[in-house]
Design a binder for this molecule. Structure first.
Ligand code: AMP
Ligand code: GLY
Length: 412
């Protein structure tokens, strides 16, 4: 069979490497390739949903797996379904659970899902009036997709007013800021749970911890992710029960009640507080870099899991009883401005980690940086210390100009 993977980050490299030895797959296609996937399949240059669908029809693609949120929110699954092309992911309507925080909050409130108290505003003056009577810190969110930059924790009224102005009036995130959500601030630690859906039921993976901030000790700007570990060491059995009862089960019921069932993955962004587990957000796709550690520990055959979900069958997920660490090596300056085009040296000397390229391309035999998050190093071990040592030893071996990575991934 022919498989198309849409997206070209570390997440897609992890999915591709998990699938690559499956003898049922005759050819893989990537929209687009990176330095990992270009060795595994054909580059697809088409970008928009219609062009990809035309490509899939022409090449008779048997399965399409979508990494990033944008094509899902644009309706790639509806488009493929309308042309009888098998694809793993939610329809546009369901992808709105990620694409619109207003829709998503409404879904959580309607279906009794434990989440932070929040109000949705369409008018600037109403949002400002509301925030004048609130306690601080408070969280201001642009409703639409804003590349992870649409959430600001505001320490005081002045900051909140200025953020609301920048979203709703200045439109710094374009139409994403037409609606704004103002939400109670929750204190705690975060965990990501990714679950597979077969259209009826949700099957959660082990919980993952991702490291969002650019600097050690969770300082610095929010990023697309600087590393991840699995299983999350702080997430206890009790948290799992709380999650299942107050978030997972009502989500399954809500999807059914609102006719939003889908075959794909759903990602629960959780905040664990003194009062238990709260849902901050849904993403309707594999997390990045959560997927990298999950694929390292998952014992199931990924193609079987996806096929079973697409066929509406129940699945049983199994994970190795080990620890996994993923370290992201970045271009200095990320998530702000950075330069690209530097040679990535000594990849051949990497010993104990899996190298998953993201913002990197290959020119002949030379690897070159071409993005903010350049590559991921993933290793497993009996302990986090063991897995950590592997990725950090290999990170010190790899060299490129202005490289940057956090020192504390997997250190608790
Ligand atoms: P979201 O896209 O809604 O998950 O928000 C992005 C990040 O902002 C989260 O991963 C948290 O780190 C932070 N955040 C979002 N909502 C809250 C909240 N209610 N309380 C505290 N932090 C939050
Ligand atoms: N790691 C968070 C995300 O994939 O959105």
């Amino acid at each position: 069979m022919k498989v198309l993977i849409v997206g070209n980050g570390g997440r897609e490299s992890a999915l591709a490497l998990k699938l690559k030895n499956d003898s049922r797959i005759s050819k893989m296609y990537f929209a687009k390739v990176n330095a990992t996937t270009e060795n595994l399949g054909q580059n697809v240059y088409e970008e928009d949903v219609i062009a990809l669908r035309n490509f899939a029809t022409r090449e008779q693609i048997d399965l399409t797996i979508v990494g990033p949120e944008a094509p899902l929110v644009e309706g790639i699954v509806d488009e493929f379904n309308n042309h009888d092309l098998p694809i793993f992911g939610p329809r546009k309507r369901t992808a709105e659970l990620e694409g619109s925080k207003a829709f998503s909050k409404n879904f959580m409130q309607t279906n009794g899902i434990k989440t932070a108290k929040a109000m949705v505003f369409n008018a600037y003056s109403d949002a400002v009036e509301y925030v004048e009577n609130q306690k601080f810190p408070i969280v201001v969110k642009a409703s639409g997709l804003a590349s992870g930059k649409g959430v600001v924790i505001c320490e005081d009224l002045d900051e909140a007013k200025s953020v609301i102005h920048s979203f709703m009036i200045d439109r710094i995130h374009g139409d994403a800021g037409i609606k704004v959500i103002i939400e109670e601030y929750l204190q705690g630690f975060e965990a990501s749970v990714i679950a597979f859906s077969n259209g009826k039921n949700l099957f959660p993976c082990i919980p993952v911890k991702d490291y969002k901030r650019a600097r050690n000790a969770d300082k610095g700007q929010n990023t697309g992710g600087m590393g991840s570990v699995a299983p999350s060491p702080q997430f206890t059995e009790k948290h799992q029960e709380d999650f299942v009862e107050n978030i997972l089960k009502p989500t399954i019921a809500g999807l059914q009640a609102q006719n939003l069932q889908f075959k794909g993955v759903i990602f629960f962004g959780l905040m664990i507080t003194e009062n238990g587990v709260y849902l901050l957000e849904y993403n309707m796709r594999f997390g990045d870099p959560e997927t990298q550690v999950l694929m390292a520990l998952m014992e199931n055959n990924l193609l079987d899991v996806i096929n079973d979900c697409l066929n509406g069958k129940d699945i049983e997920l199994n994970f190795k009883n080990e620890k996994a660490v993923c370290l992201v090596m970045c271009s200095g300056g990320y998530p702000g401005k950075y330069e690209i085009g530097f040679e990535i040296k000594h990849i051949e000397k990497v010993k104990d980690s899996q190298v998953l390229f993201a913002g990197a391309s290959k020119h002949g035999n030379t690897y070159v940086t071409n993005g903010g998050r350049v590559l991921n190093l993933v290793a497993t071990g009996e302990s986090f210390e063991e897995a950590r040592k592997k990725v950090y030893d290999d990170a010190r071996t790899i060299q490129f100009d202005y490289e940057y990575y956090r020192d504390d991934i997997g250190k608790f």
